[in-house]
Design a protein around this ligand. Structure first.
Ligand SMILES: *Cc1c(COP(=O)(O)O)cnc(C)c1O
Length: 452
């Protein structure tokens, strides 16, 4: 059989509320053309993010009932610890309430004025936490990773030449650690090859620096290694995951992605001294080290999620349904970041509406049009998200992020039809201007209006 089906059946359903175009137009105006400010009940298909929006399995829900809510030393913590230890080999494993809490703690320890942190592409919260500490966040993805149409199989890889040059230019003392985001979310959900991970390790060894993953989508990354990198096709995804983590000194993880849970994060260290400092900060703002700002039931759900995400029929279905969405809209003429990433399709908004300049947020214009036309909520990843203070991002993208195990093939077909219908009317899209802008992470709360 060639057809790939959802490798699960539905046990609980949640209705979607159908809305009219007039209703959505009013909602959009009230929200200041910012879809983060729209109520979920006004959304038909929510592709805002794949973070924390997945469906848990019956085994995860059973774990929720088993959760041990003891303050210290809960058995749920031990199940969580054992699972993460098995996957990563790390000794020090701290639960946090989500990925950015791990980042905040890590960069409070290693960041600070004058420091420079390289990454393939920093995710927005990672960049914000680094900059908040006073340090500088530098993106060193390879050239192909900045070109939407390039079909490099591992577009998320670090440019090793630029990494070494950065070490020489700013000096190793200024660089507290090297990070690698797997898969590279801000660069289009593109994977990093095992070979590149090994090479970054080599550079870190040369300068005696720790190497950390931003490992939110480690399972999807490992699946791409299995499928695309020569020599790994016969290995299990779990085996690849274990090798990936064997090459790093620590990681921040948002469990809201490949942890298959709605809330949770992890902070991992090999080094006892760094871990001890992190644990103190964890106690200060998150909670005792055996629960870290979560309930025991959340730890149970994570322990089970980190196991289920490695099932290869799940990963095949996941990667294929994202790819299918990409293939179909590409066939209709829409330019996307090639090849399709693991968790999302990224529409190239600059080529979708070339009549709108980056200062007028072409990505946000497409986002608003998709909502208005079909009730689909996507997110801009371009000048609105990254362009504060005159910065110019490499690409103007619109991300259609696919929640895990939530939508079926017919939902995806609806999205395809909507994207293509908006594309047919693309000449009518209007640029936007900001009317209200906050200090940090402006895309979450800024208000905009359409230009005439
Ligand atoms: C989601 C994400 C984060 C932040 O995690 P939260 O759980 O949202 O705080 C960091 N890095 C990457 C690559 C992410 O995708």
């Amino acid at each position: 059989m060639k057809t790939i089906i959802e490798p699960f059946r539905v046990k609980v359903v949640e209705p979607i509320r159908m809305t009219t175009r007039e209703h959505r137009e009013a909602v959009l105006q009230r929200a200041g053309m910012n879809v983060f400010l729209i109520d979920a009940r006004d959304v038909l298909i929510d592709l805002l993010t794949d973070s924390g929006t997945g469906a848990m399995s019956s085994e995860q829900w059973a774990g929720v009932m088993r959760g041990d809510e003891s303050y210290a030393g809960a058995s749920s913590f031990h199940r969580f610890y054992d699972r993460l230890h098995d996957l990563t080999g790390m000794k020090h494993i701290l639960p946090t309430h989500q990925g950015r809490a791990s980042e905040r703690i890590l960069f409070e320890i290693v960041g600070g004025d004058g420091k420079v942190v390289p990454n393939n592409n920093h995710f927005d919260t990672t960049r914000a936490n680094i900059e908040y500490s006073g340090a500088k966040a530098v993106d060193l993805v390879i050239e192909e990773g900045r070109v939407p149409q390039s079909r490099h199989p591992f577009k998320g890889i670090m440019d090793l030449y630029r990494l070494e040059r950065l070490f020489e230019e700013v000096g190793p003392d200024k660089i507290p650690l090297v990070m690698l985001t797997i898969t590279n979310n801000s660069g289009g959900g593109q994977p990093v090859s095992l070979e590149n991970i090994r090479e970054v390790r080599r550079v870190c060894d040369k300068y005696h620096k720790p190497f950390f993953f931003d490992a939110c989508r480690f399972a999807e990354n490992a699946y791409f290694i299995k499928k695309r990198e020569p020599g790994h096709g016969d290995r299990s995804v779990k085996d690849i995951v274990q090798e990936m983590f064997s090459l790093v000194d620590g990681a921040t993880i948002s469990a809201k992605k490949d942890g298959l849970v709605n809330i949770g994060g992890v902070l991992l260290f090999r080094d006892a001294e760094l871990a001890a400092r992190a644990r103190n900060l964890l106690i200060l703002t998150e909670g005792f080290p055996t629960y870290g700002g979560l309930a025991g039931r959340d730890l149970e759900a994570m322990a089970q999620g980190f196991e289920e995400v490695l099932q290869e029929d799940y990963l095949q279905y996941r990667v294929r349904s994202v790819e299918y969405l990409g293939e179909r809209i590409r066939a209709g003429g829409v330019k996307i970041v090639e090849p399709p990433g693991g968790h999302a399709i990224y529409i190239d908004a600059a080529s979708f509406c070339p009549h709108i300049s980056p200062e007028e947020f072409p990505g946000q214009a497409v986002v608003c049009a998709l909502y208005r036309h079909a009730g689909i909520r996507a997110v801009e990843i371009g000048s609105l998200m990254f362009g504060a203070g005159g910065r110019r991002p490499d690409m103007e993208l619109v991300r259609l992020a696919i929640p895990r195990r939530v939508y079926t093939q017919s939902h995806i077909d609806y999205v395809i039809e909507a994207v293509l219908e908006v594309y047919d009317e693309r000449d009518k899209l209007k640029g936007l201007q900001i009317t209200e802008e906050p200090q940090q992470l402006r895309h979450f709360t800024a208000r905009l209006q359409e230009r005439e």
